[in-house]
Design a protein around this ligand. Structure first.
Ligand code: AMP
Ligand code: ZN
Length: 469
């Protein structure tokens, strides 16, 4: 299986550190608002990578963090007059709902930066001891970039060019740095901000150290795949490499995978530009499966321009696949014959051919666009060459393969399944228990989950009532 590695700028054979296992870290969102569909791109893309690796038999340990301490979170908390923790936990819950709607599987672990402060202090201490970091007079700790000779190897930047670029950009308050390239590992608190005790000052960690520490704690010192959007290559991932490799004395990640941007009018969709749609907004108009399909229809390293037209054509295309599944199911029900004829053995091979095409596309740096093309070939084959006159076994085989391929892309081919009354009652009971325990986030999540499945709840004096939407 070949993957494109930003580190070497080449497609390389995927060889894990430990046979049969993949340790994978994907930088997650900063949680101060609902996620936008640009943030959804790495989630969908790398979830698909994970599903395929699992299909190939790897045991995948998939870690994706939530950055829950950050200037933007603090700013939002001040605006609303609530704690930073309230903001981050609210948007983590909202993000998880969006992920579920997009069929993004929960990570093996979703660590929170604020829960890992001890590990960060530990890593910073080691970096200081080894001479790779230094505290300044006000308690800020900086990473000493000049000490790491490989700095720039991921972003393919030259240290001297970086230095001259930075010199002209130097901003005030940074005089205490030894070099303009040095970046913050720990910074002093400001009035009203959350802070933690540390040997250097009461303060909070820099953003980059979070990921180095969480990757180490949950995956180990040497990991297989580190992924995120291409805007993270520099400085975030470059700095993660510097911290981890200087601390651990080992190469950090073997393969660096980066998705290209989701654009709108050919500009990066971003909160700061204000040109974004949230996943939640899109979910009001489309099943989020359509969004997932739209994303996977492009190769993850190609820029993708968001448009209504493409969403509409994705919706139609997805419907064609679902109709193909329905068609095979109907044929199977009506089939009068079990065992395949000799001629049908050839058709089985043809089905295998489409599966192989799908696998070849995925194994060429996760070319989901070509993989989807193979799914369509299978649908077309089913529609034109199979019918209720085919052997049931053959129809079952085609159906199973088609559903399996869609599953690997994280696409649901079934109509939304009917929810059973017992299941509704059980969820209502769980919601009541969550409310009693003041776990309102969970209680809300249950209400949303039921809503997504067409069940509306009403709290009345006689208890909770539900009805179908
Ligand atoms: P942030 O919350 O900005 O740190 O972003 C979380 C993840 O979303 C990172 O991997 C970013 O690279 C990615 N991301 C943000 N905006 C876009 C975009 N317009 N297209 C693709 N990925 C994006
Ligand atoms: Zn990160």
């Amino acid at each position: 299986m070949k993957v494109y590695n930003t580190l070497t700028k080449r497609k390389e054979e995927l060889i894990p550190v430990k046979e049969g296992e993949i340790k994978m870290y994907v930088c997650g969102p900063t949680v101060y608002n609902l996620i936008h569909i640009g943030n959804a791109r790495p989630m969908i893309v790398f979830d698909t990578v994970r599903r395929y690796l699992e299909y190939k038999g790897y045991q995948v340990n998939y870690v994706s963090n939530f950055t829950d301490v950050d200037d933007k979170i603090i700013q939002k908390a001040l605006e609303e007059g609530v704690s930073a923790e309230e903001i981050s936990s609210r948007y983590i819950e909202e993000c998880k709902k969006d992920m579920a709607g997009m069929q993004v599987l929960p990570a093996t672990t979703h660590p929170l930066a604020t829960q890992e402060i001890d590990g960060m202090i530990e890593m910073i201490r080691t970096l200081i001891e080894k001479g790779f970091a230094y505290p300044a007079a006000d308690g800020t700790v900086y990473f000493r970039v000049n000490r790491f000779l490989e700095y720039g190897k991921l972003s393919h930047k030259n240290l001297e060019d970086l230095q001259s670029g930075f010199r002209s950009l130097q901003v005030s308050g940074e005089e205490q740095k030894e070099s303009p390239l040095d970046f913050v590992l720990w910074k002093p608190k400001k009035e009203g901000e959350p802070y933690w005790e540390s040997p250097w000052c009461q303060g909070r960690p820099g953003w980059h150290i979070e990921c180095s520490v969480m990757a180490k704690k949950y995956l180990g010192e040497e990991i297989d795949i580190h992924a995120g959007g291409e805007d993270l290559i520099f400085p975030h991932h470059e700095n993660e490499i510097a911290q981890s490799e200087c601390c651990n004395g080992k190469p950090f990640a073997r393969y660096w995978l980066h998705n290209a941007f989701l654009n709108i009018d050919n500009k990066k969709m971003s909160k700061s530009l204000g040109n974004f749609f949230t996943v939640r907004e899109i979910s009001k108009e489309y099943d989020l499966q359509v969004l997932r399909f739209f994303m996977l229809n492009a190769h993850y390293r190609s820029p993708l321009n968001f448009s209504r037209e493409l969403m509409e054509s994705s919706k139609n295309a997805l419907e064609r696949i679902c109709n193909g599944v329905e068609y095979l199911k109907d044929c199977e029900k009506a089939a009068g014959r079990e065992a395949p004829s000799e001629q049908e053995a050839g058709q089985k091979q043809e089905i295998d051919g489409y599966v192989k095409k799908f696998e070849e596309a995925m194994e060429d740096d996760f070319n989901t666009a070509d993989a989807i093309a193979a799914v369509f070939e299978l649908v077309r084959f089913a529609n034109s060459s199979l019918s209720d006159a085919s052997a049931r076994e053959l129809l079952q085989y085609a159906l199973e393969k088609l559903q399996m391929l869609c599953g690997l892309l994280g696409l649901r081919t079934e109509q939304k399944e009917e929810i059973l009354e017992e299941e509704i009652e059980a969820l209502i009971e769980e919601r009541q228990a969550a409310r009693a325990a003041k776990d309102f986030a969970r209680a809300d999540a249950i209400r949303e989950e039921l809503k997504a499945r067409g069940i509306l709840l009403k709290d009345t004096r006689e208890g909770v009532k539900w009805k179908k939407a």
